[in-house]
Design a protein around this ligand. Structure first.
Ligand SMILES: O=P(O)(O)OC[C@H]1O[C@H](O)[C@H](O)[C@@H](O)[C@@H]1O
Length: 543
């Protein structure tokens, strides 16, 4: 029960209120009031407690070499709550006795990079980094991602930090908060770190192009940053490399995202960049999500390098450099992609679980047990390369694509982005590809007090039994998540969402009719589960 209304800046909160802010390996919540049914959960004191908890965690991690105060960098995307949360985060860090270095508008990968950069003039490397972002979520949300030089924090660390934050929060007083505010205002340092990060990207392309100063001279490349944090890519990366960037759009940060959702998985967003490429007769289009850890591209004739096609392109590039290497992907990749990677490119496709951190951790694990892997990539556009410290960086993925363009030009091959399009030649693409998200009603009596996860697992178990008794369906021989089967010239995967009480169903087939047959197979298996909202599936199989 909540305590009586108080005049303090620190209203009573339970530990569970903190735990609810965990979203896999991120923290996410509501930071702006005004949306019905979505009360603010990331208040300033909550944020300060989380930053203080991260600082305490970091102090423990780095205790051995903490002869001088630890440094933590703080950056944010274009959200309207960014400034308020940046102040609260800074107070949490300063209050814990650590040094705060603010970067202002930044990308998530740049924040990780700041733990690796060796440059004292920019107060680098930092010991820890906090990115304030909620990726492509609506304007009222926000959240945090945390990094050390070992990479992004995982689920288990986030849980510890939130538990600790709940305890710290309990000890907050109005006077204590005033004190940390004063401490922060006296000690915060500001650094233009994005200059360091972008010049690293520029250097990487120049190096790949035998140190030509402007290897992209003559290329016309348009960027769509969706009013997120990625606008820097046009001016600070492409232009110094000689590319023309006119026609680039939505480069100005605007946390209301007035043009489209900054998300390469969003159809409207992809349409917007495709249109910009065609209207400007550009060689290439590049699109980023809000915090630039994801990206996609569009070739000069408007074909998307997105989802399986982006993975195919990146696999082709990486397998040229590392023949035979294993490509780790998420679970919703197509059968056609496996054939392409294994038969055409001579690599190995390891289709693992959904979730960028899962994919990256799996690639790292494979290398540690002697299986060489250089690329971990998700259909969502998250991708990480071994050569880039397994940092999932949408901008770096595009650097690899630019390298390919530049080296083709250097060796006299003309034709704009055709060199890229040719690389994915032969990838079989389904006529129909859908993702239907089936919600589990957590208050339904069918759950019998159990969790939605248990309920979801029961649905999956029954579906698996059905597949085994259906001669038209073949269960995927190797599968790490949910239930995947092939049949009718296509496949489906039903799995539990990483975060929500939802069973996402992916279906791919040559045509709608076959996709419906796959949908019907799932539908007949799950029909007894009344807490499962199958309306999206019902609608699909009726059309
Ligand atoms: O399991 P889902 O609900 O489909 O969500 C899965 C997605 O969640 C987040 O957005 C992660 O950043 C992605 O890496 C992941 O793919």
């Amino acid at each position: 029960m909540a305590a009586a209304p108080s005049t303090t800046a620190v209203p009573y909160l339970e530990k569970v209120d903190f735990m609810k802010l965990q979203n896999g390996s991120d923290i996410r919540g509501v930071a702006v009031a005004g949306v019905e049914g979505e009360p603010v959960t990331l208040t300033e004191p909550v944020t300060e407690a989380i930053a203080a908890a991260f600082s305490a965690w970091l102090l423990e991690m780095k205790r051995a070499d903490a002869s001088k105060p630890l440094r933590v960098s703080v950056g944010h995307d274009s959200r309207i709550s960014a400034q308020v949360l940046q102040d609260a985060v800074s107070q949490g860090i300063a209050g814990a006795g650590l040094d705060v270095v603010q970067y202002g508008l930044a990308s998530t990968p740049a924040m990780f990079n700041s733990t690796l950069t060796e440059d004292e003039a920019f107060l680098c490397p930092v010991d820890g980094a906090i990115m304030i972002t909620a990726s492509h979520l609506p304007y009222n949300r926000n959240g945090f991602k945390f990094f050390t030089n070992a990479g992004g924090l995982g689920k288990a660390d986030i849980k510890i930090i939130l538990e600790r934050a709940a305890d710290i929060y309990k000890s907050f007083t109005d006077q204590g908060l005033m004190k940390s505010k004063r401490k922060a205002s006296e000690s915060i340092k500001r650094v233009d770190y994005m200059t360091v990060y972008t010049s690293d990207l520029v250097k990487a392309v120049r190096k790949a192009a035998e140190n030509i100063e402007k290897p992209l001279e003559g290329f016309h490349i348009v960027v769509d940053a969706g009013n997120g944090a990625g606008g820097f890519f046009a001016e600070k990366v492409l232009q110094p490399l000689g590319a023309i960037t006119s026609g680039s759009q939505f480069l100005e940060p605007d946390g209301m995202f007035p043009n489209h959702i900054p998300n390469p998985e969003d159809k409207t967003a992809m349409k917007a960049i495709t249109q910009a490429v065609l209207e400007n007769k550009a060689d290439l289009g590049i699109i980023f999500d809000t915090d630039v850890d994801r990206s996609a591209a569009v070739d000069s004739i408007g074909r998307e390098f997105n989802r399986n096609r982006l993975i195919a392109l990146m696999s082709a590039i990486v397998l040229e450099e590392h023949p035979g290497t294993t490509i780790v992907t998420d679970s919703v990749t197509s059968d056609g992609l496996t054939t392409f990677i294994e038969k055409k490119l001579g690599g190995k496709h390891h289709r693992f679980k959904r979730g960028y951190k899962n994919v990256i951790d799996e690639a790292v694990r494979l290398n540690s047990v002697g299986e060489e892997s250089h690329l971990a990539i998700e259909t969502s556009g998250h991708g990480a390369l071994r050569e880039n410290h397994w940092l999932d960086d949408g901008a770096y993925l595009m650097v690899k694509v630019l390298n390919k363009l530049a080296s083709a030009r250097a060796s006299g091959i003309a034709g704009g982005s055709k060199v890229l399009t040719d690389l994915v030649e032969g990838l079989q693409e389904p006529g129909v590809a859908v993702e239907l998200r089936l919600k589990i009603d957590q208050n339904h009596p069918d759950l019998k007090g159990g969790s939605f996860r248990e309920y979801g697992e029961a649905v999956l178990q029954l579906l698996e039994n059905h597949i085994e008794s259906d001669p038209k369906l073949q269960k995927a021989p190797v599968n790490y998540e949910g239930v995947r089967a092939s049949g009718f010239g296509g496949w489906f995967l039903l799995r539990l969402s990483l975060h929500d009480p939802v069973l996402p169903l992916n279906i791919e087939a040559t045509n709608h009719e076959d996709a419906v047959k796959l949908g019907l197979a799932v539908s007949s298996a799950v029909k007894e589960f009344h807490a499962l909202d199958t309306s999206a599936l019902d609608k699909f199989i009726q059309t």
